[in-house]
Design a protein around this ligand. Structure first.
Ligand SMILES: Nc1ncnc2c1ncn2[C@@H]1O[C@H](COP(=O)(O)OP(=O)(O)OP(=O)(O)O)[C@@H](O)[C@H]1O
Length: 558
């Protein structure tokens, strides 16, 4: 039978804890140079007890800048919100924060029941968005049933939280978080519109109106289908997490390929990050998200596939994450090649940002240039196709790689084509190696024919309204040694910046000289012009990602 809150079997029992305080006692760790090297103020030593349990509160260093000492008031406010749970016997704030994960405070307890309540309350508050600390338990008295009890409590909290999202009811999530509810409302809205258009189609229409209405209906149905698919993906992922934390419980319906493969003890911090990333994916609504399970099923069952999706559909940033989550990179790396260094670096940065806390540190890397010392130790590596070719030269089996994604295949550069030809030869030798050829516009049939008639998967994209504006050309011939059209582009770019309060402009010119001239002449107080062409050194190219005091940007490209 479950024993009461104390631990009668504890032979190291120390003096009884002080009565519970209304407010926690607060101590600061002293530096090691202090005369009193026991870390507690001498006057308080009477209260000092070796704690049976410690809850360390860690803060993600990416949330709190590393040079800033955590504010004790924030911790105290969190502690006060954990009421009616008894507060810790002692709270200690470290004075230095050098670790990668910031230790913000240590909460000391003597009683297991108080520790359990506190841990549960802390996680509940975090799930409600009240704080960003990760509570980590240190137990000086190891009792197996304690661990089980804590796991049961946290499983219940997390299950309620996740089920709140799945159902799309705001019982456990607030209105802002009720993203499923909002998308479901959108599905109903689209269905109503479809019904309205269907009624109009049944009436008398001129042929032109009929065609327009029919097109509108098709568009609405495609939009609704995409939302329904995204919701299905979201539920599949949430069910997968639920199944894991609840120890293999099958959820009714919606069984498909496991989108997450879990291993070992539950890491609650990671689970929370995964849930938050799924919510973000649902909110962002990238088209590829709607096809995640279909794509994964194809990649897991076939060795090669061609993936075609419109620009911005999420191919480069999402596919590597889907594959990592589904377990393809457990032992070996997924390599995604890019034709340009800047793309390899910026994609790695972006993916790292999106999946912060979902994988181990250094799980996503970029190798923009080749080095013979490079290892395939990360889950995902973005590299230039040239870099992968160099690796092939030193190891023609490409050991350490489980999946190669050749991105931007339509560019058909010498490196890309050579790489594809070499991988084609390797596929017969390494039956475990998978290849995905990705592009927005490549000739999919040609690529499929070359790769033994492999499957082609199309990701239907989102359409955005495009407004075409014609600018009357400047009269006369070239002046200032540049063509009149460059003056026109400069004038139009400046005008758009004056009219629009936000947004970035991409302008394409035909030579490096024109780009440099345009950047020099660009003059709009609220914006900066940044050159982007292949001959720029990498540091200069990277300027496009910098922030210029919140000013809008124009990328003048060649
Ligand atoms: N560095 C970034 N900063 C902000 N948003 C980004 C960044 N990179 C990508 N995104 C967002 O992610 C979305 C998907 O980008 P991604 O590169 O995965 O698309 P894609 O289908 O590979 O496009 P393309 O065919 O042009 O390579 C973009 O529409 C954009 O909203």
């Amino acid at each position: 039978m479950r024993r009461s809150s104390s631990h009668p079997t504890n032979t190291r029992r120390i003096p009884a804890p002080p009565p519970h305080h209304n407010r926690p006692l607060i101590y600061y760790h002293r530096s090691s140079s202090s005369n009193n090297n026991n870390n507690f103020p001498a006057t308080r030593n009477a209260h000092r007890l070796s704690p049976n349990f410690i809850i360390d509160l860690h803060l993600d260093p990416t949330i709190a800048p590393s040079n800033k000492r955590p504010d004790p008031n924030i911790v105290n406010s969190v502690i006060s919100q954990c009421k009616p749970t008894p507060p810790p016997d002692r709270t200690i704030f470290p004075t230095t924060t050098t670790s990668r994960t910031k230790l913000t405070a240590s909460l000391h307890f003597q009683e297991w029941s108080h520790t359990l309540n506190f841990m549960t309350a802390l996680w509940e508050l975090r799930l409600r968005g009240a704080h960003s600390f990760t509570p980590k338990l240190q137990s000086h008295i190891l009792v197996a049933s304690d661990t089980e009890e804590l796991k049961r409590n946290l499983t219940k909290k997390f299950s309620d939280y996740i089920e709140g999202f799945i159902e799309g009811v705001a019982s456990n999530v607030n209105d802002d978080e009720n993203v499923v509810g909002r998308w479901q409302a959108k599905v109903s809205e689209k269905s109503d519109e479809i019904a309205k258009v269907t009624r109009l189609l049944k009436g008398r229409n001129k042929p032109r109106n009929f065609i327009e209405l029919n097109e509108r209906k098709k568009g609405l149905m495609a939009e609704r289908d995409l939302i329904v698919k995204r919701l299905r993906e979201f539920r599949a992922s949430m069910n997968c997490i639920l199944k894991y934390i609840e120890g293999g419980r099958e959820k009714e319906g919606e069984r498909g390929l496991e989108v997450f493969v879990f291993d070992g003890e539950i890491d609650w911090e990671r689970i929370h990050r995964l849930v938050l990333r799924e919510i973000r994916r649902l909110v962002d609504g990238l088209p590829i998200y709607a096809y995640r399970q279909q794509i994964l099923e194809m990649i897991h069952s076939k060795q090669v596939m061609v993936l075609i999706g419109e620009t911005g559909s999420g191919k480069s940033t999402q596919l590597v994450q889907f594959l990592t989550d589904s377990g393809i990179a457990v032992k070996e790396s997924i390599v995604c090649t890019q034709p340009r260094k800047i793309a390899a670096i910026s994609l790695a940065d972006r993916v790292n940002e999106e999946c912060r806390g979902c994988y181990e540190n250094s799980s996503v890397m970029s190798y923009p240039t080749f080095s013979s010392t490079q290892q395939f130790g990360s889950n995902v590596i973005f590299m230039t196709d040239h870099c992968l070719l160099q690796h092939y030269m030193s190891d023609t089996t490409l050991s350490g790689i489980s999946c190669i994604i050749v991105d931007e295949a339509h560019e058909r550069s010498l490196n890309t084509d050579l790489l594809l030809a070499l991988i084609r030869g390797l596929l017969c030798e390494r039956r475990d190696l998978r290849l995905v050829i990705m592009s927005a516009t490549a000739d999919a049939k040609q690529l499929s024919d070359y790769f033994y008639g492999c499957e082609i998967f199309h990701v239907e994209g989102r359409n955005f309204p495009v407004e075409v504006r014609y600018t009357p050309s400047s009269e006369g011939t070239a002046f200032d040694n540049v063509s009149p059209y460059v003056h026109d582009i400069l004038r139009t770019t400046t005008e758009i910046h004056k009219q629009e309060s936000e947004g970035t402009i991409l302008a394409f010119l035909t030579s490096q000289m024109e780009v440099e001239w345009a950047c020099e002449k660009f003059d709009a107080p609220s914006a900066v012009a940044l050159a982007l062409h292949g001959k720029l050194p990498f540091e200069e190219q990277s300027r496009v990602f910098q922030d210029f005091d919140g000013k809008k940007k124009s990328y003048i490209c060649h």
